[in-house]
Design a protein around this ligand. Structure first.
Ligand code: FAD
Length: 418
């Protein structure tokens, strides 16, 4: 049984976190692991229902980010966190072998793939889930029988991590709750003002509206962050970009390994992955300007994924093969006019301070590195309170025990309700 639920709110908390995605619940878990129990997370829907359930489900350094040397530290951090998460939640974060094909026409030449994979292993600093290797074609076609034999020159194998992003987010929330944090689902932050009592936030829970006050607010609303700031009359310190990524789920295509593919037309990397008895394909990249609640998979995005994928597959997929599609938004700090490839995936935390009361706003971040980002925010809060406590989320005893997911959140039905 899943045990997160809505709750009656107290009038005051030491820290209020807006948004129950991986970052919101990660920060609550971090603070609770230091003994800070007076922490509230408000989530308008259910925990993990936003971007955190719409990712590619990889726990990885991000091999493709090695195209930009500025992102090497980000990759190294991801690889460190990957090694830790595989130990902390082995039932939901698991190693997955990948095939990186070298194409007969177009795509990256073999020597470049080799350099990238060598660097990826090196940046994992001895915590690799298995070293890369050149794979013989028979083995590759056995692990991925759907591949079109005519397209490939050869294959590399490497390893990364895969998870159930919704389950991971909810496990982190349960861990925070177990240590004393309050997690309020179906609780929407409507507005916020500042006065003598610090920040006052109006929260709607069903028919009931209440106000809570606090000294520290963390805006972990991801793609919704600036919509809320506009309602609270707070001017963001940086521009934010919402970039939409769509995935599709099709029947099990018999993959034993994930496929790391590069489209020869636009050089974009995308994945074809075995996941929970289905095959997951994604993702697209389109800037998204509308209200975050309106983000839905578009027909042209589904078509894009099918076309790109079919270039590599012996059996061609059509729209009729799509069982589910879902879209999430990469929420990044940057110039909305520059392309996604020019925007670093590194995270940013901005601060609005009024006296001793602070609003922290989070930009960017990755599911994989949520723990490191959460520690950084919790360190800032603890420090401004004069508290020298240390994060303990790297210890297994700080984690909740596994629980089964409720029936409506199993795959693929969950994407009807999220
Ligand atoms: C297409 C795509 C693929 C990705 N793939 C990967 C991957 O494979 N690996 C990886 O490491 N990372 C991946 N990421 C990145 C990762 O998913 C995100 O960085 C992470 O999930 C962001 O979490 P968050 O907590 O910041 O935001 P969210 O998960 O969006 O959380 C924000 C929450 O705020 C809630 N909310 C909104 N408004 C209100 C309000 N007024 N009051 C209360 N609550 C509110 C929302 O319901 C939501 O649950 C991917 C991202 C995308 C978009």
């Amino acid at each position: 049984m899943d045990t997160l639920s809505s709750t009656k709110l107290e009038p005051r908390y030491r820290v209020v976190i807006l948004g129950g995605g991986i970052h919101g619940v990660g920060i609550a878990h971090d603070l609770a692991s230091r003994g800070w129990r007076d922490v509230l997370v408000v989530e308008k829907s259910i925990v993990g229902s936003g971007t955190s359930a719409k990712s590619t489900k990889l726990i990885h350094g991000g091999l493709r980010y090695l195209q930009h040397p500025r992102d090497f530290p980000l990759v190294a951090e991801g690889l460190e966190e990957r090694a830790l998460l595989v130990k902390l939640a082995p039932d939901i974060v698991k190693p997955l072998p990948f095939i990186f094909p070298v194409l007969k026409k177009g795509g990256m030449p073999r020597f470049m793939v080799k350099i990238g994979l060598w660097l990826y292993d090196a940046l994992s600093m001895g915590r690799s889930l298995g070293r890369h290797a050149w794979l013989n074609p028979e083995q590759a076609f056995e692990e991925a029988p759907i591949l079109d034999k005519a397209v490939f020159k050869g294959f590399y194998r490497f390893f990364d991590g895969q998870t159930d992003d919704l389950e991971l987010t909810r496990r982190v929330a349960k861990s925070a709750k177990k240590l004393g944090a309050t997690i309020a689902e179906h609780s929407e932050a409507l507005s916020m003002t500042h006065g003598d009592n610090g920040w006052t936030i109006t929260v709607r829970q069903g028919e009931r509206t209440s106000t809570i006050t606090t000294k520290y607010v963390v805006n972990a609303l991801g793609p919704w962050a600036h919509e809320f700031m506009a309602r609270a009359n707070i001017k963001p310190k940086v521009a934010g970009i919402n970039n939409q990524g769509t995935h599709i789920i099709v029947r099990d295509l018999g993959l034993k390994s994930g496929l790391f593919l590069q489209s020869p037309e636009d050089s974009r990397i995308f994945f074809v992955l075995p996941w929970k008895g289905y095959t997951l394909i994604g993702t697209t990249e389109d800037n998204f300007d509308g209200p975050a609640d309106n983000c839905r998979p578009e027909d042209h995005q589904v078509q894009y994924l099918l076309e790109r994928c079919n270039r590599f597959l012996a059996a061609k997929l059509s729209k009729d093969d799509v069982i589910q599609s879902f879209s999430g938004m990469r929420w990044l700090a940057g110039d909305p006019k520059s392309g996604l490839s020019d925007t670093s995936r590194s995270h940013l935390i901005t601060q609005h301070a009024t006296g001793h009361d602070v609003l922290y706003t989070i930009y960017g971040g990755k599911l994989t590195a949520y723990r490191a980002l959460s520690k950084e925010v919790a360190d800032l809060i603890a420090k401004s309170f004069g508290d020298k406590s240390k994060s303990l989320t790297h210890l297994k005893e700080m984690w909740a025990e596994p629980e089964s997911m409720p029936a409506e959140l199993v795959v693929p039905q969950r994407f009807n309700v999220l």
